[in-house]
Design a protein around this ligand. Structure first.
Ligand code: SF4
Length: 312
């Protein structure tokens, strides 16, 4: 008997499901793209850490790459210390619940699964979120569990149940080593389904849509191509609250443009870190969270323009 899905789940299957149509990725593309990035990094070998240990590498994440292409001053020193809040804790807890739900042999009610995820994260002192969760009072904890349960329940209602035959990998770290180990591009896949060449990389989003999400996923596709030799067939962001998927096929053109984005961002990030160039200000959405948004004139002008445009 074939599976019966509700319309929201069927939409996901239709958009992400296996198909015989696959973009052609030429043989040798991985070598060519890697060589393009390696060539750009060659002048920096003498000034980069030696890469002999985990600590002595120049590491760039998808967020760092996005930041350096946004505002360079924000990338250098605008981020400030990370602070846990109900909003970012929600993302971590819902991701944990999704991760565990895929491998549970016996389904649990969403509220129980979220409760368990909160307890486990609170007890794991190696996780930054632990302090935040253990210092919440009873009201705050109950409120957080309620918010997370609502989001996770929505996921279970609108996303098709993930079968083991889809070969799911959850919270899977990926990395690309460059310049003889001196440079590492790192990331973590929320969910990957299927095997190459049918693999689909999926990010689960508990917040709103942003164009950077697609760029992040293209970077993951490139990392897969350069590290394991196969690009995924498709990448997608699934927005739980809107029950919407933004997806795109991975093809030669997107891999080439992502290579240029990574190459240029890496070169710029290294130049900024070693103080070879002055950061270029590029006001934009990052201004909202930037440490300099009280004294940076470009940022102040942008925020004023935004306030006028939004009518606030
Ligand atoms: S306020 Fe905006 S323009 Fe200024 S440094 Fe921060 S992100 Fe850049």
């Amino acid at each position: 008997m074939s599976d019966v899905y509700n319309p929201a789940q069927q939409r996901v299957i239709d958009l992400l499901g296996r198909t015989d149509e696959r973009p052609h990725i030429p043989d040798g593309l991985a070598d060519e793209l890697r060589a393009e990035i390696e060539e750009a990094l060659k002048p920096f070998h003498p000034v980069l850490p030696d890469g002999k240990s985990y600590e002595t590498r120049f590491t760039l994440s998808k967020r760092g790459l996005s930041d350096v292409h946004s505002c360079e001053k924000y990338f250098v020193d605008g981020i400030g210390p990370f602070e846990w809040s109900t909003a970012n804790a929600k993302g971590t807890i819902v991701h944990k619940a999704v991760e565990v739900s895929i491998n549970l042999r016996h389904p649990m009610p969403p509220a129980d699964l979220v409760e368990e995820a909160v307890s486990r994260l609170a007890n794991d002192t190696s996780k930054g979120i632990s302090d935040f969760l253990t210092t919440l009072d009873e009201f705050g904890r109950a409120e957080l569990i309620g918010i997370c349960t609502a989001t996770f329940t929505r996921f279970t209602e609108n996303f098709p149940p993930i079968k083991r035959t889809w070969i799911p990998q959850v919270e899977s770290p990926i990395a690309l080593s460059l310049a003889g180990g001196r440079v590492r591009i790192s990331g973590k896949l929320d969910i990957a389904l299927g095997k190459p060449p049918d693999k689909v990389i999926l990010d689960i989003k508990t917040g709103g849509r942003d164009h950077s999400h697609t760029e992040d996923l293209r970077l993951y596709a490139l990392i897969d191509l350069l590290s394991i030799g196969h690009a995924p067939r498709k990448v997608a962001s699934y927005y739980i609250e809107d029950s919407v998927i933004d997806q795109e096929d991975i093809n030669e053109a997107s891999l080439r443009s992502t290579t240029r984005r990574l190459r240029d961002g890496l070169v710029r990030a290294i130049e900024l870190k070693i103080g070879k160039v002055e950061p270029v200000l590029r006001p934009g959405n990052k201004c909202r969270w930037c440490l300099h948004n009280n004294d940076c004139q470009a940022g102040l002008d942008f925020m004023a323009e935004l306030a006028e445009r939004d009518g606030w």
